[in-house]
Design a protein around this ligand. Structure first.
Ligand SMILES: *Cc1c(COP(=O)(O)O)cnc(C)c1O
Length: 470
């Protein structure tokens, strides 16, 4: 296998192998024909776009040989590095057999094996896998399935969903409606279904001296009263277990999930656990729900599912829900939902290779040492005058920059402090992409301790620079 140049954590320039204009050539061609996601394209008049030529492990390399440590796993998807030899081999094998086949009326080995493996790994009681091809689509599936399940059971009044403030579930209209990030949602409000919104158990907002557990427990009272008031019209509560990732990496205690499971049972409401970001070891357990020992009615997985290789998502649900649709065709109780690439064979094979790595390398156990090292390396930033909190759930670590630590007052979003961190980090060869004023690490699990040291050092420099004028 070809090694990328440079030592473990020093980005280097390769001269002579590529034209030094290689980046700008691609950028020019790109900006002539592309429209990038989640981007004000005008920013690229002054903010360089970075074309990536290749990746290996935690490193990305541009067309001029400059390397970037992928500290955010390329939008939280990559688990075992870029160009992972084991996933590559599995995909090469699958390519020789079958790239894709319609999943209605047909099946294939990879999707059967993957489904068997998943129902073994997810919390007990989840027995059925329904596939889609991205996270938002999995949210749409769960929302429709929950509503339709109640309808098939004669519960026609159940048409609404309960969601947490500051939650994120994707960008398609149904997913946007059950989420609550104003920046993404506000413009489209007239197009969105009405949801019941309950304050998040977000522990950043706890009282001084209050424990995470006490705060999350206290916040549950509002969920309880929403359920009490609205349960007859409510299909499901949808939540991101333990970490609201797109919502500035805000975190809460597992006790909230435990109370929520009990209350959903008491009130006859489904529980949808969106583990699209937190699943596959991110919070320190394979799935975040494990920390509360709960089984949701729907568990949504995507992002890390294929190790960051290919788009795939799955809704894993209970037999009772499956049975509510199982009937003669002319009763029209079937779930008539599909996506063209549902259960794609290559994506399923990448997912199987990813699960093999989890098993063979004891990844969840070994991540404990990496997570502890990450925590240690940023601990001193807690004393920084503009860092209000450092919080961590396993392999997700976040540092909240504030204007005034005593109050704590946030920086105005227009100041784009996070962007300063982003730009500084790029210069130093690290890809950090703060959400709002929150700098975070969500690295691939193949990161080494020296690479964590570099990531932490560069984050500290970036935070200093970004908060210098407060
Ligand atoms: C990313 C994300 C989604 C949406 O997934 P896409 O594949 O980007 O559509 C949904 N829920 C959560 C919690 C996410 O982090």
């Amino acid at each position: 296998m070809r090694k990328m140049p440079g030592t473990a954590c020093q980005p280097v320039s390769i001269t002579g192998t590529h034209s030094m204009r290689a980046n700008s050539d691609f950028v020019k061609r790109d900006l002539a024909v592309l429209w990038h996601p989640c981007t004000q394209m005008k920013d690229h008049e002054w903010l360089p776009l970075i074309p990536i030529r290749r990746g290996l492990g935690v490193w990305l390399e541009d067309f001029e040989g400059k390397r970037y440590l992928d500290a955010i796993s390329s939008w939280w998807v990559n688990l075992f590095g870029h160009a992972n030899p084991r996933i590559n081999t599995a995909l090469n094998g699958q390519l020789q057999e079958l790239e894709h086949v319609i999943l209605a009326g047909f099946s294939h080995a990879a999707v059967v094996e993957l489904s068997e493996r998943l129902v073994q790994l997810v919390p007990p009681g989840l027995t059925r896998c329904f596939y889609a091809d991205n996270g938002s689509s999995a949210v749409e599936v769960a929302v429709k399935m929950s509503f339709h399940c109640w309808r098939n059971n004669g519960r026609h009044k159940k048409t609404r969903f309960i969601t947490l403030t500051n939650s994120y579930h994707g960008e398609t209209l149904g997913a946007l409606a059950v989420g609550d990030v104003a920046l993404y949602k506000e413009t489209y409000q007239p197009l969105l279904m009405d949801v019941i919104s309950v304050p998040s158990p977000d522990c950043f907002l706890r009282e001084a001296g209050e424990s995470w557990e006490a705060h999350s427990h206290k916040m549950f009272a509002q969920m309880e009263s929403a359920l009490e008031r609205h349960h007859e019209e409510t299909c499901a509560v949808i939540i991101e277990p333990l970490v609201q990732c797109a919502g500035n990496m805000r975190m809460y205690h597992p006790v909230y999930l435990k109370l929520l499971r009990q209350a959903c049972d008491r009130y006859g409401v489904h529980l949808i656990a969106d583990e699209i970001a937190v699943g596959f070891g991110r919070t320190g357990t394979l799935f975040a729900c494990e920390q509360a020992r709960i089984t949701p009615d729907f568990m949504l997985l995507s992002k890390g599912l294929t190790g960051g290789y290919l788009p795939l998502s799955v809704v894993v649900t209970r037999d009772e829900i499956y049975q509510a649709f199982y009937d003669d065709y002319d009763t029209l109780r079937a779930f008539l939902h599909s996506h063209s690439y549902t259960g794609n064979a290559l994506a399923c094979r990448a997912a199987l290779a990813t699960l093999d790595i989890f098993r063979d390398d004891r990844v969840v156990e070994n991540n404990q040492a990496l997570a502890a090292h990450m925590g240690r390396r940023v601990a001193q930033l807690a004393e920084h005058p503009h860092v209000a909190e450092i919080r961590q759930h396993g392999m997700i670590l976040a540092m909240e920059m504030v204007k005034d630590k005593q109050r704590p007052e946030p920086f105005a979003w227009q100041e784009r402090r996070g962007l300063t961190v982003y730009q500084h980090a790029l210069k130093r060869g690290v890809l950090l992409r703060p959400v709002g004023n929150v700098v975070y690490f969500m690295p691939p699990y193949v990161i080494t301790e020296p690479e964590i040291d570099l990531m932490a050092q560069v984050a500290a420099e970036g935070i200093d620079l970004a908060t210098r004028e407060a």
